[in-house]
Design a protein around this ligand. Sequence first.
Ligand SMILES: NC(=O)C1=CN([C@@H]2O[C@H](COP(=O)(O)OP(=O)(O)OC[C@H]3O[C@@H](n4cnc5c(N)ncnc54)[C@H](OP(=O)(O)O)[C@@H]3O)[C@@H](O)[C@H]2O)C=CC1
Ligand SMILES: O=C([O-])CC(=O)C(=O)O
Length: 352
Amino acid sequence: MTSSWKKTMKIAVTGAAGQISNHLLFMLASGEVFGRNQPISLQLLGSERSREALEGVAMELEDSLYPLLASVKLGIDPHKVFEDADWALLIGAKPRGPGMERKDLLDINGQIFVEQAKALNEVASRDCKMLVVGNPCNTNALIGLHNSPDLPARNWHALTRLDENRAKCQLALKAGKFYTSVTNVCVWGNHSTTQVPDFLNAKIAGKRASNVIRDSQWLKEEFTPKVANRGGALIKKWGRSSAASTAVSIADHLRSLYVPTPAGDCFSTAVYAKGNPYGVDEDLIFSMPCRSNGDGDYEIIDDFVIDDWLAAKLKESEDELLKERDCVGHLIPGAERAVCAIVEDTMLPGEN
Ligand SMILES: NC(=O)C1=CN([C@@H]2O[C@H](COP(=O)(O)OP(=O)(O)OC[C@H]3O[C@@H](n4cnc5c(N)ncnc54)[C@H](OP(=O)(O)O)[C@@H]3O)[C@@H](O)[C@H]2O)C=CC1
Ligand SMILES: O=C([O-])CC(=O)C(=O)O
């Protein structure tokens, strides 16, 4: 501990013995996410299934000799593991197995998020921030938010930064420019195949992307599904879902909240839509363009241009989230018990 170091930040992580965490934990401990003057404690949640594996993770963290890693706590009881947490990175979730319907996945994972949100509500720091990665992440976050009434609703996020990074990569490749020149890219809506990568507001080297890539058919009919289905394409190649790039995008998400957003730029995060300027149903976790002044908080940017095409796409993703919400009414205190109307099997990005 040196005098220039900040107070230790407590970071709880679930699914800590899983693939994504296997990359992420080492990035967090190295200081590349929260800064080289920010010591952290890791509070890792496992289960009976992963008890031994989690001890293995802790051994690797110990052997890495990270100066900023103040402590590593392991456990299988969220009430103990989430104690005083400043951040909860909720990565653990059951993957959809063969023959399992999406509404079953919503129910099984939703129950995990009820339990974890109740524990966070009781024992986490009163300003704890939550990032849900486990799928279906938007609706899991909505369930979490409604089961943690004493924590600020705006502190719940679901990860759509991987989708933003995928969109930036495709725009850069098509334009023949380096990806650092691609800015102001928002992926709106649900982290599913209805997500909406926004090329209308995106910029390449400071110009509107559609003035650099003068191919509206490619933007609408190739770029959009390519980004939305990227997770599935990767699974076909790799035989498992994106783990390293997801960890990188979680790091990017966190950093975006602690570094002021440059003027004219944005980052994507799925947040509570209450009071949103785009007319999206207020009781959804919906990905929108946000900016931060670097204090860990964010605001929704209110001047993105929405044309008819974009509006119709946003509506599709909103409708899907409304249906998902109807399917988890039994997990949301005080919600109306609507009929679960997911008839056609909608997809996570990794499931196409
Ligand atoms: N939002 C996004 O952009 C992305 C989201 N994802 C999602 O992130 C999640 C984690 O992915 P990944 O790390 O690759 O997955 P892994 O399968 O490697 O790890 C998931 C962890 O979830 C935990 N888990 C919790 N409940 C269950 C359960 N009922 N059955 C089985 N495992 C359970 C397990 O840990 P334990 O036994 O310790 O509880 C397991 O280690 C998935 O839901 C995936 O779909 C993935 C990529 C991108
Ligand atoms: O469906 C999955 O598990 C993977 C996923 O979310 C993605 O790659 O975007």
